[in-house]
Design a protein around this ligand. Sequence first.
Ligand code: MBD
Ligand code: FE
Length: 311
Amino acid sequence: MSLDVFNTPEVQDLLKAATNIAGSEGNPRFKQILNRLLSDLFKAIDDLDITPDEVWAGVNYLNQLGRDGEAALLAAGLGLEKFLDVRMDHEDKLAGLDGGTPRTIEGPLYVAGAPVQDGAARIDLDPDTDAGPLVIRGVVRDTSGAPLANAVVECWHANSKGFYSHFDPTGAQTDFNLRGAVRTDSEGKYEFRTLMPVGYGCPPQGATQQLLDALGRHGNRPAHVHLFVSADQQRKLTTQFNIEGDPLIWDDFAYATREALIPPVTDKTGGAELGLKTDAYKEIEFDVVLTGLLQGKDNQVVNRLRASAQA
Ligand code: MBD
Ligand code: FE
């Protein structure tokens, strides 16, 4: 049954009034966006004959999502964050930009404030008996292939339980465990000494998982490592790589996997000299190519609310 009240003057006037679209007060951009979103919602209610019970279930869901602090997690799980990447990729293509390391989503678990160290950093600050040592290293270059000295590589990832420091529900980690920042050396090289991560799963009792359950979806990510890479005159890159072999690589609930972001994992020995907890360790070489500013500007910097801490 479609009641089709959407196009009546009463409803159209209601939309205009509710968003003060004809008024001079308020933020014009915000009014434009809210008018469109509210209008699309009203239309969907009409078209799908969404019942009052369903509307109130949705409203209460938003309250629960907020109480759980999971709105940004849900944005990742619904592909909204990926969609923003698709749009930025397309914008780059239209601008004739290619050759850089692909971007992929930031996710909701970055913490600002890790101290920047020169060349290499040990970032496993807390013991984790279930995780073996991992060295992540590579070279940062520009699109001409020239190494970039003094680029800053920030890195964050989960522990052997799939938990991130600062957001760990068990309280087991100190603030900057498995998080660090390194300034590349004169050859553009960076290195992180750390532990092998395990994939993240949404909090099982949280609002995001509740919604995913209703969709018949899981809320898991393959093991991965996040990176922000920035350098003078280059655009700041937000990316991640996956740990090769993880069965969820092509079944990520947040859709972050990309072909070029699955570097091989190599078995190495000599960990003792590097100060690692065992002599045998895994190594991932992940070189990064940054793209230059567009008309003097970095058009891929994203401003969003981020956690921060003091190391
Ligand atoms: C993560 O670790 C993550 O990277 C994303 C995108 C969402 C939830 C947890
Ligand atoms: Fe993550």
